[in-house]
Design a protein around this ligand. Structure first.
Ligand SMILES: Nc1nc2c(c(=O)[nH]1)N[C@@H](CNc1ccc(C(=O)N[C@@H](CCC(=O)N[C@@H](CCC(=O)N[C@@H](CCC(=O)O)C(=O)O)C(=O)O)C(=O)O)cc1)CN2
Ligand SMILES: [Zn+2]
Length: 765
């Protein structure tokens, strides 16, 4: 059986690309240095796959920032404001689109389907002139070829590209993006022919949007696209779908496309796809790329079970018609288990990162050819058995307590309006109160002390002293800026999820298990392997210390259960909802300990609530039900006078606004500025929100400093649809990725903007 990998992490086993990018952006190294690091990484990945024996090795899965932005470069859809004058899109234009520059803000960034990966949203309108403007795909193919490695160039498919785009500035929001397909296809056609000329035999088109519930006109677009792209070409077309079950209509449409040679499906997240294939078969002499190795998690594959699945598929589809593959790109998992020096050997035996998954795919392929490696299979079988029965995984008391929650409901007794009145009696906040989302810049000094305490170069006391000093300086700065509700800045946290994972039972964490989140930024998702509990208070001492430094309210700062779940590698031996309830119980006791410690405002971040929403509509209501319930469990025990905040990133909330209201937080701060106030339209449409709300007034993902008037104007727009008494003023998200020289002027301007609007409100009264 042939083997295939959908895509591979590009950051490198030790985040080599991250450091090369950041030093290039800081002007410390040259473009040539960056290109050299990138090339070395690509070569080592291709060699690794070739040595393992993968049949279909992908190329062009590398990116300097994001594969959707690469596609924007490929088709020359650079928004005019970046002043690009044609030709090959070079670093300055490319990184300006990604990160903004002195004159222009960055393009919008949002979540890639239901992952923690972010892509740069294409901006398209009727005037866009698509022209082939990047040779990256062809160059990478040739680069591998020079090493003697035949690869399958991959590109984001044209329909997914258009469906992920938004109308450009000044274009009606009703503009039909798919109307651009006719003018886009010739550029794709040109790419295919250049690849063919270079020797490519296959081209892979990533079309994950095929797993969504698509209206007929979108299905028609796929039909048109691949009828055009496949006609009169010498290469074979592979259409890759992933992240969920492919709907029957989409599957049938693909099987009927004459020029499509192969279809990739996700058999991990897509649990019903096997029955669909059994029912429909695979007409048209096509090949099925069967994604049985999980690209989104770190668990070792159950090799025997995968072999069984593939044997079954071969029976239905015929020998030679099935290729073993990963469920999606390995971009979403960690890179190499070999670099994990701190995990014990039992736990390690349960895991497989990208490099190990490549080996798993080949082992499965060989087994199907009757060349089963008995050693690999027997080691794998005993690891599966030890994980199932291990006493480390199971905690009966936790199971019982969390199980009891599922059937019941949890709510605060008093309605939010009355609670806010109670809170205001002692908080005494001005109208349009200002606050920030939690983190302040993570300076190199902070990272150094964290690293040094981990490696025992400095003592625990020295570490605590450094963190306390940092908190004191963050508090002093906020008082000086005249911010109303303060934060401690989160200097003791490496990451808002990892930090909690490190303190909860049932979690382990890695030293190098990085996964790209956006651009050069990575996360190290903790691994939830067992039942979750909280042995000790996690944040209470730091919060009490921070509050002791100021008379202003200091927010206690926690990450909510849904976000901890969605940003961790989650156990796959029980429903996600069960794991979420266990985490909710741990956060609930933390909330109550903070309240008992005198903290009057507690923020529980649910940044990833929206991201966990299942892609298929039929599954969404159930998710929202348990996710919102889990959040309410954490807050339902607090007094009316305790103000609960929550925060969310990425503003596609209009479709779930009722669930957000149902979370019943007192105040919600929400990302808004980089997406053209999409969020506000829901209030224009008459949804009433009685709780406090702070739609972000500036984008924190860009180094650009927003001016006062720009933020004042944003607040005016909000006041047009929201009552002044519910409105808060804050940035879009935490400030940890920024530098102080950006944060200080930005927050100065933000507070000024709030004061201008307070004066305007007072004068119109
Ligand atoms: N989990 C998660 N998902 C999220 C977010 C988030 O905050 N967390 N935010 C949204 C946007 N995504 C983001 C993702 C990552 C980062 C981010 O800043 N990541 C940091 C790493 C964070 C971290 O855990 N850092 C550790 C490890 C630091 C480190 O790399 N140390 C080096 C040395 C580096 C140095 O000395 O400067 C080493 O030990 O070798 C720490 O601070 O302790 C980065 O890539 O730079 C920000 C936003 C959505 N998804
Ligand atoms: Zn955020």
């Amino acid at each position: 059986m042939a083997s295939h990998i959908v895509g591979y992490p590009r950051m490198g086993p030790k985040r080599e690309l991250k450091f090369a990018l950041e030093s290039f952006w800081d002007g410390k190294t040259t473009a040539a240095d960056l290109e050299k690091t990138a090339k070395d990484l690509r070569i080592s990945i291709w060699k690794q796959m070739a040595d393992a024996g993968i049949t279909f090795i992908p190329s062009n899965t590398f990116s300097y920032y994001d594969q959707v932005l690469d596609t924007t470069a490929l088709v020359g859809a650079v928004p005019p404001r970046y002043g690009w004058s044609g030709g090959e899109v070079a670093f300055d234009t490319y990184f300006s689109m990604a990160r903004g520059n002195a004159k222009q803000p960055a393009m919008e960034m949002t979540k890639w389907f239901d992952t923690n990966y972010h892509y740069i949203v294409p901006e398209l309108g009727p005037d866009v002139k698509f022209t082939l403007s990047s040779r990256k795909a062809v160059q990478e193919y040739k680069e591998a070829k020079e090493l003697g490695i035949e690869t399958v160039p991959t590109v984001v498919g044209p329909v997914t590209y258009l469906l992920l785009a938004k109308p450009a500035k000044g274009v009606s929001k009703d503009f039909d993006l798919l109307s651009l397909l006719d003018s886009l296809l010739p550029v794709y056609k040109q790419v295919i022919s250049e690849l063919e000329e270079a020797g490519a035999k296959w081209v892979q088109f990533d079309e994950p949007s095929l797993v969504l519930d698509l209206e007929q006109h979108k299905l028609d677009a796929f039909k048109k696209a691949y009828s055009v792209l496949g006609a009169n070409v010498g290469v074979k077309l592979l259409i890759e779908t992933y992240f969920a079950d492919i709907p029957a209509e989409s599957y049938k449409l693909l099987t009927n496309l004459e020029h499509v040679a192969a279809i990739g499906v996700d058999l991990v997240r897509g649990v019903k796809t096997i029955s669909l294939i059994k029912e429909v078969g695979l007409p048209g002499k096509k090949t099925l790329f069967a994604g049985v190795v999980d690209g989104r998690n770190i668990w070792a594959n159950d090799l025997a079970a995968s072999v069984k699945t593939l044997v079954e598929l071969e029976k239905i589809l015929g020998k030679g018609k099935v290729v073993v593959s990963t469920s999606c790109s390995l971009l979403h998992t960690a890179v190499d288990l070999q670099n994990e020096t701190k995990l014990d050997s039992e736990l390690k035996s349960w895991l497989a990162f990208a490099a190990q998954k490549v080996v798993e795919v080949v082992a499965i392929a060989h087994a199907l050819d009757g060349k089963k490696n008995e050693e690999i299979f027997s080691v794998n079988a005993s690891a599966q058995a030890s994980r199932r029965s291990s006493s480390r995984v199971h905690n009966e008391a936790v199971k019982k307590a969390a199980g009891a929650l599922l059937g019941s409901d949890h709510r605060r007794a008093t309605p939010v309006g009355a609670r806010l009145d109670e809170q205001q009696k002692h908080l005494k906040l001005p109208i349009l109160p200002t606050t920030t989302i939690g983190s302040f810049p993570q300076t190199p000094e902070l990272r150094r002390v964290r690293r040094e305490v981990k490696s025992k170069k400095i003592t625990e006391e020295e570490y605590n002293k450094a963190i306390k000093a940092e908190i004191a300086s963050v508090v002093e700065l906020q008082e000086k800026l005249d911010i109303d509700v303060l934060v401690h800045g989160e200097p003791e946290r490496n990451d808002m999820v990892e930090y909690f994972g490190e303190q909860l039972q049932g979690f382990v964490f890695t030293v190098n298990g990085w996964v790209q989140s956006y651009g050069s930024r990575c996360v190290k998702p903790p691994i939830i392997y067992g039942d979750v509990s909280r042995p000790n208070a996690m944040t209470v001492e730091w919060s009490k210390y921070s509050q002791s430094l100021t008379a202003r309210p200091m927010k206690g700062m926690l990450t909510g259960p849904v976000t901890i779940l969605n940003w961790s590698f989650v156990r796959d031996d029980q429903p996600r909802s069960d794991t979420c309830m266990q985490i909710a119980l741990s956060i609930k006791v933390e909330v109550e300990d903070l309240e008992a410690g005198g903290i009057q405002v507690i923020q529980i971040d649910e940044a990833a609530l929206r991201e966990g929403l299942p892609l298929r509509k039929a599954e969404q209501a159930n998710y929202l039900d348990w996710a919102v319930h889990a959040f309410r469990i954490t807050t339902s025990g607090v007094k009316d006078t305790t103000q609960i905040h929550t925060h969310m990133c990425y503003s596609n909330f209009n479709d779930i606004i009722h669930s957000i209201i149902d979370m019943d937080a007192d105040v919600i701060t929400i990302e808004n500025s980089r997406s053209d106030e999409k969020l506000l339209s829901v209030f224009k449409e008459g949804v009433t929100y009685a709780a406090g709300i702070g739609p972000g007034v500036y984008d924190i993902h860009s180094p650009r400093i927003p001016d006062t008037e720009e933020m004042a104007e944003r607040i005016r727009k909000m006041l047009a649809v929201l009552e002044s008494k519910v409105l808060w003023v804050n940035p879009d998200c935490g400030l940890k990725t920024r530098k102080y020289q950006e944060v200080v002027p930005a927050l100065t301007n933000m507070v000024k903007a709030a004061k201008i609007l307070r004066a305007e409100l007072a004068s119109t009264k």
